[in-house]
Design a protein around this ligand. Structure first.
Ligand SMILES: [Zn+2]
Length: 95
């Protein structure tokens, strides 16, 4: 795989994971509304079910992270950090 193909693949991985993170953000809204107001339910969710929905969203996030947050070149897990630009295992440039 060429350097630019690796960078393109890394960009696609990053995009996919950011999309999943972004989709989880709205799940915080019912939890916040229910905990900071006197409402018993919000958009059909009770406090407990709103927390469950949020936890499921978090679980999906973690699942995606473990499945896809890998170096496109060597397949090893990438370190944490949003500014990662190089694989710590094989040294390939990711950005
Ligand atoms: Zn690597």
């Amino acid at each position: 795989m060429s350097g630019s193909e690796i960078k393109d693949q890394f960009k696609a991985i990053n995009y996919k994971l950011n999309l999943v993170r972004l989709l989880t953000v709205p799940l915080f809204i019912p939890v916040c509304v229910l905990y900071f107001s006197d409402l018993d339910a919000f958009i059909g969710l009770t406090k407990q079910s709103a927390v469950w929905v949020l936890l499921m969203g978090a679980a999906v996030n973690i699942g995606f992270h473990f499945k896809y947050w890998k170096c496109p070149s060597c397949g090893k897990k990438l370190g944490s950090g949003l500014s990662i630009s190089q694989c710590q295992n094989c040294g390939v440039q990711l950005k």
